[in-house]
Structures are given as structure tokens and as C-alpha cells.
Design a protein around this ligand. Structure first.
Ligand SMILES: [Zn+2]
Length: 106
């Protein structure tokens, strides 16, 4: 799990650095470039933090495939799309408790 976050952080870090390099080329002073670097760093922090929080929340909702209400098994019950965001629904076979996750589990 931790490894995934590190990979995600590094990949987004590279993209952010590439973005900063482009911006830095257009700027005249190192003061402006430093400001752009700090700004880029905050964007990186925000995106990485967002992904970590979402993934952790997803894992918590999924609970290893066990219903948080009764311990029953979750079965895929549907999917929806909202502005490019995919949501997947799983319902407990025992008590019908439904959860919403961002990735397909099984
Ligand atoms: Zn249940």
C-alpha cells in the first residue's frame, strides 16, 4: 500500500517538475521561479494528499469485502458515471447494505 503511494507521489512529482520547468523558462528572475516552484510544490502536495485520502477511504469502505453491518459478503450491484467519475456499488448479500467505491473490486 505504502509503495503505491510512493510511486504515485514520484510520478506526480515528475509531472509537476516538468510543468515547473516549462513555467520557469517563461519567467525572468530566480525569485519568480522560486515562487513558481513553491506553488508547484503545493499543487503536488494537494494532488498526492487527495489520492492518498481517497484510496484510504475506498479501502475503509470496502473493508476487505466484508459487510461492516453484518460481516456478509459484498456483491457488485451497479455502476454510475458522474462528470467522468466512475462510482461502483456493492451490496451485502445478507443485509443489502450498499457501499460506493471508486475502483472495481471483483
Ligand atoms: Zn451485511
Amino acid at each position: 500500500m505504502m509503495t503505491t503511494f510512493i510511486i504515485v507521489g514520484v510520478v506526480i512529482g515528475i509531472i509537476c517538475l516538468a510543468f515547473w520547468t516549462l513555467v520557469a523558462l517563461m519567467l525572468d528572475t530566480w525569485g519568480q521561479r522560486l515562487m513558481a516552484l513553491i506553488f508547484t510544490f503545493f499543487i503536488w502536495l494537494l494532488i498526492t494528499f487527495g489520492i492518498v485520502v481517497q484510496t484510504t477511504q475506498d479501502q475503509k469502505n470496502w473493508n476487505g469485502g466484508c459487510c461492516t453491518e453484518c460481516g456478509g459478503e459484498y456483491k457488485f450491484s451497479g455502476a454510475s458515471e458522474h462528470r467522468g467519475n466512475h462510482d461502483y456499488f456493492y451490496s451485502c448479500v445478507e443485509c443489502d447494505h450498499t457501499i460506493e467505491v471508486d475502483t472495481i473490486k471483483k
